[in-house]
Design a protein around this ligand. Sequence first.
Ligand SMILES: [Zn+2]
Length: 162
Amino acid sequence: MFIAHLPAGYLAARGAERCGAKHPLLMAACLLGSIAPDFDLLYFYLVDSCRHHHHSYCIHWPVVWLGLLLLSGLWLLWRRGGVAIPAVAFSASGLLHIALDGIVGDIQLFAPWSDEYYALATVPALHKPWWLNFFLHWSMGIELLICVAAIYLFFKNLRKQA
Ligand SMILES: [Zn+2]
């Protein structure tokens, strides 16, 4: 997924608010969590010299985000609110990122126990540069749909506040 992670985080925050979640950091936590797994791109470009697929780094392993979600969820049950709410939002948005990456982006679903990559669909390498294959693939429709929904809700919410 290229362009829809942040809009997906926005939709997650709006969904959480609609379900009754309230905290001043809720939106920020969802937005940050929705892009947090891709912070590994800094390591990918600056340290690893692009030698390994950045989805092989542990920050892109589902078990990491499931673990964070479990821990923050237990914290939320214990504290019954407070900063545990944005912690759950951050973790859930990180897991959402991994799920969206898994549409065409090859995720190591069972890492660290298996190095096997999984994706719902494969993007055929038909065009150059490589990223054009993704932009011309049907999965870009999902990305655009997420972006349009987020923009619509953003402006609808803006109008409601005015
Ligand atoms: Zn990613």
